[in-house]
Design a binder for this molecule. Structure first.
Ligand code: GLY
Length: 393
């Protein structure tokens, strides 16, 4: 494939970056076979996902395994190589098994998990079992819709006192599964849930200065909005970089789904704040409270997510100043990721994208590759290489 030149990136740079990324996806796919790597690399190497009670080494649990499957689907779309199609289909069949077995489903991340696994199996290969499994996952996600607040609880068992009535900015990315289920079934309960949940986040999780809370609590009896708090950011009132990036992409995708102009406005508010808080190389520190001169770690995964969100915004705007501003910012950030945040030689790391942070307060995955950073980096390159392609979301 040959891509067209754009500000900040060149066709050659994107093509070379894609070739390197695809070589790493191929290698990792062979290494892990039917299994899954852990959420992040350890010193640059992906190890099999650890065994826990009820799950074998490399088993399908947690919220990040679908990024591995999603990369195989992207690789199949980009190359049409059967090896990627077969690997992607085998993993998506495992996701169908997971939802039917009821394994590790107490999470809003069913959206991430099924939008990138069995939904593409249906969309790209008309796999009816994938469609059925994705609808089961969407039904399960609907169980987390809390009345009267109209929010989808993010984490944990619905009776867990620490998690009751709590949702998080990341949840915006889980809504496309419900939108898709609504399109497939014609049932209004799915788009209704998307509309109510996103309206609550727009109103309460985006602050007056356009930064975002990571998480927010609602009173589950009265539905009253209570307070923001962080889980992975520096402080309750700071702005966790990845949360802000989820806000850009998540609000943009939900604007596309609902047509609600307030969601487009929310996506731009998140984007403007994010772009105004970037250091010189356009890749954020892990929390936007840090500025040039800080030795805090960067979170390149936030930049990769933001690139996809900005490219989505550019497409939604079509033409004009805002479309150009979004596209220019996306290409500048992507060029920096390609130049400064990828392995120099393939053998240097198993990650496509270096220097991400999973959860710094818990010292988990700091300055490592991450499955979602790799996925969104590959999605960003794919968006540039295949303009007009329908994203999985
Ligand atoms: N959705 C969890 C995270 O971004 O770390």
């Amino acid at each position: 494939m040959t891509t067209s030149p754009t500000p900040g990136t060149t066709a050659t740079a994107v093509d070379l970056a894609l070739a390197a990324a695809l070589a790493t996806v191929r290698r990792n796919s062979t290494t892990f076979g039917a299994g899954y790597p852990d959420d992040t690399t350890l010193n640059g190497r992906y190890l099999p996902r650890p065994a826990t009670a009820g799950f074998p080494l490399g088993g399908n649990r947690g919220w990040t395994t679908s990024f591995f499957n999603g990369m195989e689907w992207l690789a199949w779309e980009l190359t049409q190589e059967e090896v990627f199609r077969d690997a992607a289909l085998a993993h998506s069949a495992d996701f169908a098994r997971r939802v039917r077995a009821g394994e590790d489903l107490d999470t809003h991340d069913l959206g991430f998990l099924y939008t990138l696994s069995t939904v593409p199996a249906w969309r790209l290969l008309a796999d009816a079992d994938g469609r059925e499994a994705a609808l089961l996952a969407a039904d399960h996600l609907m169980l987390r819709l809390l009345e009267p607040a109209g929010i989808i609880q993010a984490w944990g068992d619905l009776s867990d006192p620490r998690q009751r009535g709590r949702t998080i900015v990341d949840s915006l990315m889980n809504m496309p599964l419900l939108t898709w289920a609504g399109e497939q079934t014609g049932e209004a309960r799915f788009p209704d849930a998307v509309q109510r949940h996103t309206a609550q986040l727009r109103e309460h999780i985006v602050r007056a200065d356009n930064s975002t809370f990571h998480t927010f609590y609602w009173d589950i009896e009265t539905g009253e909005a209570l307070r923001g708090a962080t889980e992975q950011g520096a402080f309750d009132d700071s702005c966790w970089a990845r949360g802000q990036a989820w806000g850009i992409y998540g609000f943009a995708l939900n604007y596309r789904a609902t047509g609600d102009p307030l969601l487009l406005d929310a996506a731009w508010r998140c984007a403007d704040y994010f772009l105004a808080h970037l250091p010189a190389d356009s890749v954020p520190f892990w929390d936007l409270v840090y500025v040039d001169g800080s030795d805090a770690p960067r979170d390149s995964s936030s930049a990769a997510i933001a690139v996809c969100g900005l490219l989505e915004l550019a497409e939604l705007e079509g033409t004009g100043e805002r479309a150009e501003r979004a596209a220019d910012a996306a290409h500048t950030m992507l060029a920096s990721l390609i130049d400064n945040y990828t392995p120099e030689r393939p053998e240097d790391s198993d990650a496509l994208l270096l220097h991400s942070v999973y959860d710094l307060p818990k010292n988990n995955g700091v300055d490592e590759g991450t499955l979602w950073g790799d996925y969104f980096y590959l999605e960003a390159l794919t968006r540039v290489a295949l303009p007009g392609r329908k994203p999985f979301w």
